[in-house]
Design a protein around this ligand. Structure first.
Ligand code: PLP
Length: 452
């Protein structure tokens, strides 16, 4: 079918997430037909380098035959069964054992979901049930951060701190509290970055004191905030957060949906930033996006307490055997090919060098990167860290569109541009990505000048 016909049908019947539907009717969505390695291909024959690994998830790259084979085998043998009501199956057992092996510390127990959003919903109920079972039922409030993204379900979007999401549907749900994010570039003013990191972490302490230690159940954050703009806090931030959670007996939930599975150069972002979480939310890179699967990995202590009651929670697709089998094979491949080492010692440092050099571009302020997740802040004036006079995101949008025209997928969050490519990327592919990004920035800048 010709592309235009596909686009018309798509706009007529398919409602897209995070999209203004009328724009689809006007412009038509790009039709992606196949993918291999770090490349996606569209219906017009373009070869596009995927600087976002899909939605931060195809860590192992596209076209891994072994994952297709495992999925087919598992579908023939046991396409579905659940683990409700005293049943189990081998894929769930084997994946849980593998996750207990690679997760740090005593995070040895996994509760599965179909996505990261669902897993964060699980976390809300899990931490509140945990404290109730421990005889502290008032400990219900979960503290999160403004501008965070923790999913699109009612629970996930409530944990998230995005005003636009809260406005649609009357969120957040009760007992969720948001503190400021550690974004020195946008909000640090003249404060020294290290001092700013401490100040923002201590907002957690102030919130706990105001809300009452006996009312706060948990703090949730990504080690490095992803969809909020790849905000890398000053290094002082992370240890202070851990100190405060320990001091007040607040559970630390590390949302590893993006940071997990090698993205930051370790298996988990918590390891990169030195956190010891009580719960980790996982999804995306768990199966490299080949199957929808997420979950919560919890500590021995939480599993023991929750294990003392019937936890009345679960999804039809919790522990789905095909998803579990594919996720396990994905992790096996990552271990065999030392994908985490590749990020830590090879392609990660190479990308960092090239990415940080983009800061020399006249329209780029800071360039941040941790492992294989990076952002650049666009600005009309580097020294003052000024914002563009246009609505926030207009320049970012222009640059994102230039990237797309140059066959590179990059995302924009406001006037920040973001990358999160497949972890198996080669140095040669990094060169292509950077070359296309720089060209797109030049074109974006020319357009911004034209439009004044
Ligand atoms: N948490 C974080 C940090 C995410 O980035 C996302 C998705 O982007 C989610 C949770 C939600 O995951 P899912 O889209 O699988 O529901």
């Amino acid at each position: 079918m010709p592309t235009a016909e596909l686009q018309a049908l798509d706009a007529a019947h398919h409602m897209h997430p995070f999209t203004t539907q009328s724009e689809l009717a006007e412009r038509g969505a790009r039709v992606i037909t196949r993918a291999d390695g770090v490349w996606i291909h569209d219906s017009e024959g373009n070869q596009i380098i995927d600087g976002m690994a899909g939605l931060w998830c195809v860590n192992i790259g596209y076209g891994q035959e072994r994952l297709a084979e495992v999925a087919a085998r598992q579908m023939k043998e046991l396409p579905y069964y659940n683990t409700f009501f005293m049943t189990t199956h081998v894929p769930a057992i084997a994946l849980s054992q593998k996750l207990a092996e690679i997760a740090p510390g005593d995070l040895n127990h996994v509760f599965y979901a179909g996505s990261g959003s669902e897993a964060n919903d699980t976390n809300i109920r899990m931490v509140r049930t945990y404290w109730a079972e421990k005889g502290k039922p008032t400990k219900k409030i979960i503290i999160s951060r403004k501008n965070a993204y923790h999913g699109s379900t009612m629970g996930g979007a409530s944990l998230g701190g995005m005003g636009g999401m809260h406005a649609q549907g009357g969120l957040p749900i009760p007992d969720i509290h948001h503190i400021d994010q550690p974004d020195w570039w946008a909000e640090g003013g003249d404060t020294d970055p290290a001092e700013f990191g401490l100040q923002r972490a201590r907002e957690l302490e102030r919130a706990i004191e105001q809300l009452g230690e006996d009312n706060v159940a948990a703090f949730i954050a990504e080690p490095v905030q992803g969809a909020g703009g790849v905000i890398v806090p000053p290094a002082t931030y992370w240890p202070e957060i851990q100190r405060i959670c320990d001091k007040y007996e607040i559970l630390l939930i590390a949302d590893e949906v993006i940071c997990g599975f090698g993205r930051t150069g370790n298996w988990f972002g918590s390891q990169t930033v030195g956190w010891k979480p009580d719960i980790m939310t996982i999804a995306k890179g768990l199966s490299s996006g080949y199957q929808p699967i997420g979950g919560s990995i919890v500590s021995d202590e939480i599993a023991e307490v929750i294990g003392g009651c019937e936890f009345n929670h679960g999804y039809t697709y919790s522990s789905h055997p095909v998803a579990a089998a594919v996720a396990l094979e994905n992790l096996n491949i990552m271990q065999e090919q030392d994908v985490v080492g590749h990020v830590q010692n090879d392609v990660g440092p190479y990308l960092k060098e090239k990415w940080e050099a983009l800061a020399d571009h006249p329209m780029v302020g800071e360039a941040n990167i941790v492992g294989m997740m990076g952002s650049i802040a666009l600005t009309p004036h580097k020294e003052s860290r000024a914002k563009f006079a246009s609505d926030a995101g207009t320049v970012g949008y222009i640059c994102r569109e230039r990237c797309f025209a140059n066959n590179l997928v990059m995302r924009h969050v406001g006037d920040r541009m973001i990358i999160s490519p497949p972890l198996v990327m080669t140095r040669g592919e990094v060169d292509i990505l950077i070359e296309r990004a720089a060209k797109s920035l030049d074109e974006g800048m020319a357009r911004v000048k034209e439009e004044g």
